[in-house]
Ligand binder design. Structure first.
Ligand code: A2R
Length: 312
């Protein structure tokens, strides 16, 4: 199998590339933006590609002829989506349309996976938890709205042109190397820095009561490879653990793995204006389709995360 990972220089890309080469044994081509770096110590081919340039997508596809295309490229930050909505709309919607249009011009039908987000569900009602794929989407931010649109476009292209497209909605994924913009990486980085006496022993936190569905990124990418092989075209699959946990519980776990005496303080800047109390995925559809199970529990993810920041 020949896989193409578009947007492979990001957090998920690194893990997906390792999984596809090492565990699946596929031939892997990867794209990145010109300014980005990808370590080339693996047996992969690396190309520069901006998905805003449709012609260059088509040329690349003609050159590589992939069987599977994982579309990871995105403006993936919720906070940046508020600051730069047009860039977010351009990359996440127009970029996806450019890819779909380029694939439509090929004389064969590679299978495409469009990566969306649990954020698409947005303002869910308590009665809608755990969230099934057919729950109405009510995006609460610009990033989420663009991903909901990408999902709809995927369905339209699959139906209208009989293209082979599988969509996923990934819930919170965590793991070593994640940017500290995300809560678990942020807490682990702060704890590691406190242990190294880089700053005073005060951990700044936001809303601790929100419950979220966290999965180790290594399990997430395994779900992606299983779904690209077994998923049904035109269908959307939730990818998550199926169990939500309060951020406060995560914080307790992180603190329990540190010997440092740490005080916890609320940082008003970290309190998000719009917060949904609980977001938990219903993963029955994923499990029925692939038999996927989580293999890395939260404790291991947290320990690996802490170790990463201690070594960085
Ligand atoms: O924004 P950058 O410089 O970090 O680059 C990101 C890249 N990217 C692009 N690639 C090609 N053409 C573009 N016009 C373009 N704009 C941005 O896509 C980054 O290297 C990659 C996405 O990786 P991350 O932002 O680290 O996202 P992550 O966590 O790997 O998530 C993968 C997918 C995304 O579609 C998320 O929205 C979804 O999973 O949750």
């Amino acid at each position: 199998m020949k896989a193409l990972v578009i947007g492979g220089a990001g957090f998920v890309g690194d893990y997906l590339i390792n999984h596809l080469t090492d565990d699946c044994g596929w031939s892997v081509a990867v794209t990145k933006l010109e300014h980005e770096k990808i370590e080339n110590d693996r047996n992969i081919s690396i190309y520069d590609l901006d998905i805003l340039n449709k012609e260059s997508i088509l040329n690349l596809l003609l050159n590589i002829k992939p069987d599977y295309i994982f579309h990871l490229a995105a403006q993936s930050s919720v906070s940046l989506s508020w600051k730069n909505p047009s860039l977010t709309v351009d990359v996440n919607i127009k970029g996806s349309v450019n890819l779909l249009e380029a694939v439509r011009e090929l004389n064969y039908k590679p299978r495409i996976m469009l990566i969306g987000s649990g954020e698409e569900y947005g303002h869910i009602l308590p009665s809608e938890t755990p969230i099934e794929e057919n729950t109405i989407t009510r995006p609460g931010n610009i990033y989420a709205a663009t991903k909901a649109c990408q999902n709809m476009l995927g369905k339209v292209y699959a139906d209208a042109y009989q293209m082979d497209i599988v969509m996923v909605r990934a819930f919170n994924h965590i793991g070593p190397k994640q940017a500290p913009l995300f809560v678990v990486a942020d807490f682990c980085k702060q704890v590691a820095e406190i242990e190294m006496s880089l700053h005073e022993p005060i951990l700044m936190v936001g809303n601790l009561s929100a419950k979220r569905d966290f999965t180790d990124v290594r399990d997430v990418v395994r779900a992606y490879s299983l779904l690209i092989q077994n998923g049904k075209s035109g269908e959307t699959y939730n990818v998550g653990s199926g169990t939500a946990i309060a951020i406060e519980e995560i914080l307790k776990k992180i603190l329990s793995y540190s010997k440092a005496d740490i005080e916890v303080k609320i940082d008003r800047n970290k309190l998000r204006p719009v917060d949904v109390p609980i977001i938990e995925a219903d993963i029955q559809k994923l499990q029925d389709c692939t038999g996927w199970e989580r293999t890395i529990d939260l404790d291991k993810t947290i320990m690996d995360n802490l170790e990463y920041w201690r070594d960085t």
